[in-house]
Design a protein around this ligand. Structure first.
Ligand code: HEC
Length: 167
């Protein structure tokens, strides 16, 4: 018969081991979260935006953006909203030309629709048209943030697949 003291030592040891294992799992998970590529189905990548970029569609998208997105992504899309610091990974900088030139409209649409923690999914909250309008708005951030973006050929750039890993 083991005494009470021996039992508690055993219990403590196994508790400690489980705790250690848990910490390892969390660390590996966090590293994985940061580096995992965001895979978008090929057929969705090729989708074309059915909405025309008019003043009124951009204005409508602006309204939704301020309500639903700006707290994380910031008013100008720089990823610096008031809640940005609370999230891991940090909200994407939608004015980052390297990132935005590497994704198609279909990809942006998919990412807004599906979300990925901590970003929520907007499939049920917004209509398809509203999500496509947001794609137009997201595209407008880059154009307005850097003058050189206007000279770039978005069509050529969009065909380049996103790098699998971030340097
Ligand atoms: C709770 C904070 C939060 C909210 C609200 C939010 N996002 Fe995000 N968003 C994120 C985070 C975090 C990422 C990065 C996710 C990742 O890479 O795993 C992201 C990524 C994105 C991306 C992908 C960029 C890329 O290609 O890698 C787009 C586009 C985007 N968000 C647009 C939006 C739009 C549009 C809205 C509003 C409808 C919105 N987000 C609302 C946090 C948020």
């Amino acid at each position: 018969m083991p005494t009470d003291a021996q039992l508690s030592l055993k219990t403590r040891r196994s508790l400690f081991a489980s705790l250690l294992a848990l910490i390892c799992i969390v660390l590996v998970y966090a590293a994985f979260q940061r580096d995992r590529p965001w895979v978008v189905p090929e057929e969705v990548k090729k989708l074309k935006n059915p909405i025309a970029p008019t003043q009124s569609t951009l204005k409508a998208a602006r309204g939704i953006y301020v309500e639903e997105c700006a707290q994380c992504h910031g008013k100008q899309g720089k990823g610096d909203g008031p809640k940005a610091r609370l999230h891991f990974p940090a909200p994407a900088d939608l004015t980052d030309s390297r990132l935005m030139n590497s994704v198609t409209d279909g990809e942006i649409f998919y990412k807004i629709s599906e979300g990925r923690k901590p970003m929520p999914s907007f499939k049920k909250r917004l209509t398809e048209d509203q999500r496509w309008e947001l794609v137009l708005l997201v595209r407008s951030f880059l154009a307005s943030s850097s003058p050189s973006a206007v000279e770039k050929k978005p069509d050529a750039a969009r065909k380049t697949p996103a790098p699998a890993t971030n340097p």
